[in-house]
Design a protein around this ligand. Structure first.
Ligand code: NAD
Ligand code: DAU
Length: 339
């Protein structure tokens, strides 16, 4: 099969590329990425020369470019990871989120309609369901939970989901959607909670916890997310949405304390800063559908996954030090100075 993976130079997309090349060596992977601030070609350096891998620098909003690529490659499957993915950036500047996350998804699906496709898979997020209260641990997001978004980011992802389902109903496009909880693991861009705290702690810098640090996220090791998408591509039902999550809810402050302990850094580095606007309180996925229909279960438990992740960041300092020494400095200053 010829599989287009968009956003494959980013965190989850790259991990998915590695997973697919390893598990399906007879498939050809065409990685499409615009290489925004979050995309990094060096992440893909070990696979760039593989005969069944091609990297194409392309914006998914570039209709002409996308159609040309479909004419060249005749993809059987498209997996769309490409997105602006950081909530804080969406609060500062929503426009690019609407362009990439909504228009870009529509352009890809138009190409799928025009040239024919076996499957279009949209990588979505649990954030489309909004949040759950902190005092109702009995509540979880299921696939039928109403869409109820909080941030420009989650609203753009929800808009894309609605379009994907509309293309299925109106044009019969063979689509699937997955909505996953917070991922962590190798190659996550250091603007996100876990790598940011690891990088800052190693530098003995303040660890900026939003609000009181009591917000809850449901963490999943990235490889488990990749395996779930692979299963959906193979056995998922067209037109369906699958939630992905491993019942691993943690308060932000507890994650930061785990990182301090693992790196032997003092908790006095923790600094409580002004909360994120519209900050979602709690995410919690009910993964029963993907478990019962497709047999998926997470394999890496958090205790193991967080230690593996910290070890990876210690072993790959050159990867993230290059990022945080560049344009990221301006982002960090604007986002955190005087916060
Ligand atoms: P990321 O920000 O690390 O990577 C995004 C990638 O998309 C980058 O390589 C970037 O260059 C590329 N990209 C951005 N705009 C593009 C465009 N217009 N055309 C082509 N490429 C473009 O993101 P991530 O954390 O790897 O997330 C990947 C996907 O998974 C996103 O769709 C996100 O919404 C979803 N998701 C993320 C999480 C998470 O915890 N990180 C959880 C659930 C779902
Ligand atoms: O739930 C899935 C989503 O998870 C994905 O759709 C998003 O693409 C991904 O970025 C992630 O969103 P979050 O907003 O949950 O992730 P982030 O790492 O930005 O923040 C996690 C929590 O930590 C959140 O409650 C905010 C808090 N936080 C974050 C940062 C960066 C802090 O307290 N301090 C920080 O410096």
């Amino acid at each position: 099969m010829n599989i287009i993976v968009t956003g494959g130079a980013g965190f989850i997309g790259a991990n998915f590329v590695f997973h697919m090349l390893d598990k399906h060596p007879n498939d050809r992977i065409i990685c499409v990425d615009k290489l925004t601030y979050a995309g990094n070609l060096s992440t893909l350096k070990d696979v760039l020369d593989k005969p069944n891998f091609r990297f194409v620098k392309l914006d998914i909003c570039d209709r002409e470019g996308v159609y040309k690529l479909f004419e060249e490659e005749h993809p059987d499957v498209v997996v769309n990871f490409a997105a602006e993915s950081h909530v804080d950036r969406s609060i500062e500047n929503p426009q690019i989120f609407l362009e990439t996350n909504i228009i870009g998804t529509a352009v890809l699906m138009d190409a799928c309609r025009k040239y024919g496709i076996e499957r279009f898979h949209q990588v979505s997020t649990d954030e489309v369901y909004g949040d759950l209260p902190l005092d109702r641990p009995d509540l979880f997001f299921t696939e039928t939970t109403p869409i109820h978004t909080s941030s420009p980011y989650s609203s753009s992802k929800a808009s894309a989901d609605l379009l994907v389902l509309a293309y299925h109903r109106t044009y019969g496009l063979p689509v699937t959607i997955s909505r996953c909880s917070n991922n962590y693991g190798p190659y996550q861009f250091p603007e996100k909670l876990i790598p940011l705290m690891i990088a800052n702690a190693l530098d003995d810098k303040a660890l900026p916890v939003y609000g009181e640090g009591l917000n809850v996220r449901d963490w999943l090791y990235v490889e488990d997310h990749c395996k779930a998408i692979d299963l959906i591509l193979m056995n998922g039902k067209v037109g369906e949405v699958y939630n992905i999550g491993g019942h691993n809810e943690m308060k932000n402050i507890d994650i930061v304390k785990i990182i301090c302990k693992a790196l032997d850094k003092p908790e006095s580095l923790i600094t409580y800063v002004t909360d994120r606007k519209g900050h979602d309180l709690r995410y919690a996925i009910d993964p029963e559908k993907i478990h019962s229909e497709l047999g998926w279960l997470p394999e890496t438990m958090f205790e193991e996954g967080i230690q593996k992740t910290i070890a990876w960041y210690l072993d790959h300092k050159e990867w993230w030090e290059e990022i945080i020494s560049g344009e990221y400095k301006n982002y960090y200053k604007a986002m955190y100075e005087d916060r």
